[in-house]
Design a protein around this ligand. Sequence first.
Ligand SMILES: [Mn+2]
Length: 360
Amino acid sequence: MNQKEKLLTLMEASGVDAMLLYSPDNRYWFSRFPSSLGYIIITKEATKLYLDGRYITAARTKFAAGQLTNIDEVVEFKQWFLSTINDELVQAGIKTLGFESDWVYFKEYEGFKKAFNGVELKPVNTDKLREVKDDWEVAQIKKACDISAEVFDDVLQFVKPGITEIELARFVSDAFLAHGAQKLSFDTIVASGVNGSMPHAVPTDKVINAGELVTLDMGCYYNGYCSDQTRTFAVGEITNPELTKIYHIVIEAQQRGIDALKPGVISGDIHQICFDYIEAQGYGQYFTHGTGHGIGTQIHEEPYNAAKHQTVLEAGMCVTVEPGIYVPGLGGVRIEDDILVTAKGHEFLTSAPRELKFVK
Ligand SMILES: [Mn+2]
């Protein structure tokens, strides 16, 4: 199913005659036109993209070049135009208009309610709409992952004992842009030594010393789609054997989770497989987050490979598998890859080496 077919199916299931897309992610996913503000109205008959003066020329140029998807008409709007759409909807015999219950703020909903007074507004949850990626989307995610692999190669050359976490984070930002990334997909996490015990540590001016593990969680956007990759690497010799031990536990847990990825598997079971292994090794209390999440236009989106999540995995879903062990006072390890679920099982999208790397 393409984006429009998915949307028409959701509209049918939700009992609405028309749908309003307001979230930038849904609008980009649907139309391939990026804009901070805009509206797409979808009915069975036609799809219109409404944009203001900041975007209209760009959109019309792309529309004329056939670069927008699922859009029949691009319309420029000025202030207070929602009541004009309301009149059009009433004229077309539309009775119910769906809006994104997982995106629209209450204040905006109140504005919509005032403007769309000729139709009944109905909340429609769209957070599963983008779960299954088409080939073009997968290709963009793959490219974002390839850039991450190149950046990681550069990082292994760059890191020396004595640099700070912030210096490494700055290097990562520059390297992503140098390799063609559009922007970072989130603030880079650099956690060295004992800071590694904090899964989402913010880089500090702490010096990275020989004998420490460094966890580096980073990613970028390429054509509006994300990558997300974590590697833990060693600086100099690791003299504390517990650190190497937890590295090997985490990579084995991750491998077991990845091996299980295929259509029909429940997303929460991927988490359970990783958790059970880590727990059996005595570190269950130190694995304190979900095993993974979907990636797409958002860095975290459905489906979630986390406890209690019940999504049935399908071919075309792109998910992370990222177990970790975080021991306060000692340090931590996380290894994260982005994986495409395929009809036969799965494929790696990330390609950076996963064995423990040592920098000098
Ligand atoms: Mn992640």
